[in-house]
Structures are given as structure tokens and as C-alpha cells.
Design a protein around this ligand. Structure first.
Ligand code: 5GP
Ligand code: ZN
Length: 114
């Protein structure tokens, strides 16, 4: 499966290094980086290098590559409590039309955004 990108897509641009992103982990098929508007300290995004808007449009090999990265990030953060979240479509709160998985640590109350 050839990697597909979209010139106007902000996440495709981050993958290509055309706009800055704080990279965490990269594989042949996936890329991960810190969210620019974190809901908690360490809020990360894991994305396929193939441009697809919604999860069901993504080839299985890309889908299979992202979850081990989400797991690796959660382990590295050492968070005992965290959410993995993935939105599809405006009614489901998707704002960026490139498939992405949020990894959101849930800090203790007193830690907040750190
Ligand atoms: P959605 O609501 O589409 O699931 O979430 C999109 C996420 O992408 C948001 O949490 C938002 O903060 C993040 N985001 C949007 N633009 C950028 C950007 O240019 N850089 C980074 N690192 N994150 C972004
Ligand atoms: Zn894209």
C-alpha cells in the first residue's frame, strides 16, 4: 500500500516536516507527536502516514501499526490512568480530517496540566 498524503492537510504537513511538531515515535507507517492544545500533560496524537479522513477508510496495515505506538506512549508516560480516543466526523468532535488517536494521561487532581 503506497503512502498517500494531502497537500492541504495539517497532519500530513507535520509528517513531512513542513510545519513543526514535537515528535515522539515514528515508524514506517505511523507518526506520533504532542497535541498543540493538550488536555493534560503529555497529551499525544498517533497518526498513520497514509492520509485518510476516517478510521474505516484506513487500510488495515496502517490501523494495526498505530495501537502498539499508543501503548508505547502510555507506558513511557507511566500514567496509571489514561484515555485513548478517536473521533470520526464533525458530530463526533473530529476537527482535523486525518485519522488520529489521542493518548490522554489522566493526572492526579493536584498535578493538573503540570
Ligand atoms: P479532534 O477533535 O479532531 O479529534 O482533535 C484534533 C486535535 O489536533 C486537537 O486536540 C488539537 O489540539 C490538535 N491539533 C490541531 N492542530 C494541530 C497542530 O497544528 N499541531 C498539533 N501538534 N496538534 C494540533
Ligand atoms: Zn493528512
Amino acid at each position: 500500500m503506497a503512502t498517500k498524503s494531502l497537500a492541504s492537510c495539517i497532519f500530513c504537513k507535520i509528517i513531512k516536516g513542513e510545519i513543526p511538531g514535537y515528535k515522539l515515535v515514528e515508524t514506517e507507517l505511523s507518526y506520533s507527536f504532542l497535541d498543540i492544545g493538550p488536555l493534560s500533560k503529555g497529551h499525544a496524537l498517533v497518526i498513520p502516514k497514509h492520509h485518510a479522513e476516517k478510521m474505516h477508510e484506513l487500510p488495515d496495515e496502517y490501523l494495526a501499526d498505530v495501537m502498539p505506538i499508543a501503548k508505547k506512549i502510555a507506558l513511557a508516560q507511566g500514567a496509571e490512568n489514561y484515555n485513548v480516543l478517536q473521533n470520526n466526523g464533525r458530530l463526533a468532535h473530529q476537527l482535523v480530517d486525518h485519522v488520529h488517536f489521542h493518548v490522554i494521561p489522566k493526572p492526579n487532581e493536584e498535578e493538573g496540566l503540570g
